[in-house]
Design a protein around this ligand. Structure first.
Ligand SMILES: Cc1ncc(COP(=O)(O)O)c(C=O)c1O
Length: 415
């Protein structure tokens, strides 16, 4: 299928509406959440209209259909990231996936490979979204393990110069982002995985900003756990993915307990079902899984590699255009080397919130603030930035509208 952004735009009903008194919607906030194609909206509403029942339980046709759709979505998701079906766990979002693994490790008894105590170390990076930082801070506080991190260079890359001093024999977990939601930086996962595995640590990858935008194959990356959110990958809100290598999921204790995740129960104890059920307590997000299945099928039909090259083309164009705006500073890599389509910047002394509001008045949706990465902002010497984040439905015209809007804002605020 040849990539045609203008045809793709037609698949997304939201682009038929206008913004702020009839202006064309220029949506440059997909890093926060993506828009939804009609097929996803249909899949979710069809589930409720035609198939609604609790999965895995009922002895009736609707329950059978609901289970087929839910498990079908799991198979589609597994296929999308090169995983085995039983390695894919559905959660509420990436935040829950990351909390799941951190809390589950906190539940590991002595003797379990995930048991942490003082003397162990957890490694993160300065560029983490709060969702992949705070759960590890909490785990360290609960277990007495120390938290160490890789620093970020002024260019917005991980400083790996002292990798062997940061990931040591004491390290049990290395948790990091694949692509920074602020800087756009794509991290060298292979180098980190090699060192982590050398010392017997597991690698948890926050793939929120990579899975929706590029080919991610868990086998090739050889990470141990991975998390992403459905809503950033054209899917509905309320569905996230937690993936783990099957032998590791077997050993990882559960996070939430209750119905559906057990094998046997007595009045004094219980044993656990095998993964993925062990990690899916209660009636799950079935309609949302149906929507996610439709979203990943849609991306597969278009071709995730084509999505990626389209975004690279737009990113390169936008970086060049932005570099010509006087007073605008990119926060993050300015070259295309190992970077994706999240571009954060400051613009003279115009506060990002003022700039965001000005752009909004022109129909241009960007994100402003600290982007849930407060320590990273501090490291980069900024209080807040304006961020444009690109996706498959964006066009060169969208990028040019942003640059024109920024120039107009410059004139407006200079008055
Ligand atoms: C890199 C990264 N990690 C984690 C998250 C958290 O995702 P969610 O809020 O969908 O759980 C985000 C959301 O912006 C993100 O960009």
């Amino acid at each position: 299928m040849t990539f045609n952004a203008l045809a793709i735009v037609k698949d997304f009903p939201i682009f038929q509406r206008t913004i702020r008194d009839g202006k064309r919607l220029v949506y440059l906030d997909s890093g926060a959440t993506s828009q939804k194609p009609q097929v996803v909206i249909d899949a979710e509403s069809d589930f409720y209209r035609l198939h609604n029942a609790a999965v895995h339980r009922g002895a009736h046709q609707l329950a059978e259909e609901a289970t087929d759709i839910y498990e079908g979505a799991r198979a589609i998701t597994a296929d999308f990231i090169g995983a085995k079906v039983d390695e894919v766990v559905f959660t509420k979002n990436a935040t829950e996936s990351l909390n799941l693994v951190a809390y589950a490790m906190g539940n590991a008894p002595a003797g379990n490979r995930f048991h942490l105590s003082s003397g162990d170390s957890i490694v993160v990076t300065e560029m983490e979204h709060h969702a992949n930082l705070i759960p590890w801070q909490q785990l360290a506080a609960r277990t007495g393990a120390t938290l160490s991190w890789f620093e970020v260079t002024p260019e917005g890359r991980l400083d790996l110069s002292n990798i062997n001093a940061i990931i040591t024999e004491k390290t049990k977990v290395v948790a990091l982002t694949h692509q920074s939601n602020v800087l756009g930086t794509i991290n060298p996962i292979d180098v980190i995985v090699k060192r982590a595995h050398e010392v017997g640590a597991v690698v948890v990858l926050d793939a929120c900003q990579s899975v929706p935008h590029m080919k991610v194959d868990v086998k090739e990356l050889n990470v141990d756990f991975l998390a992403f959110s459905g809503h950033k990958a054209l899917g509905p809100t309320g569905i996230g993915v937690f993936w783990g290598k099957s032998e590791l999921l077997e050993e990882l204790p559960p996070f939430l307990t209750g119905g559906s995740m057990i094998e046997t129960v007595t009045m004094t104890g219980a044993t656990w079902a095998l993964a993925p059920k062990k990690f899916e307590a209660g009636v799950p997000n079935m309609a949302q899984a149906a929507g996610l299945g439709a979203a990943l099928t849609y991306l597969t039909k278009i071709g995730i590699e084509s999505v990626h090259s389209h975004e690279l083309e737009l990113t390169s164009h936008l970086l060049t255009q932005l570099s010509e705006v006087e007073g605008l500073e990119i926060v993050g890599p300015t070259s295309m080397e190992s970077r994706g389509g999240s571009i954060s910047f400051t613009y003279g002394d115009i506060h990002p919130h003022d700039l965001g509001q000005f752009l909004d008045s022109q129909g241009i949706a960007v994100r402003t603030g600290h982007h849930c990465a407060w320590p990273l902002n501090r490291k980069m010497g900024v209080v807040a930035t304006t961020r444009a984040s690109l996706y498959l439905y964006n066009t060169i015209e969208d990028c040019d509208a942003l640059v024109a809007g920024i120039r107009d804002a410059g004139k407006y605020f200079a008055r």
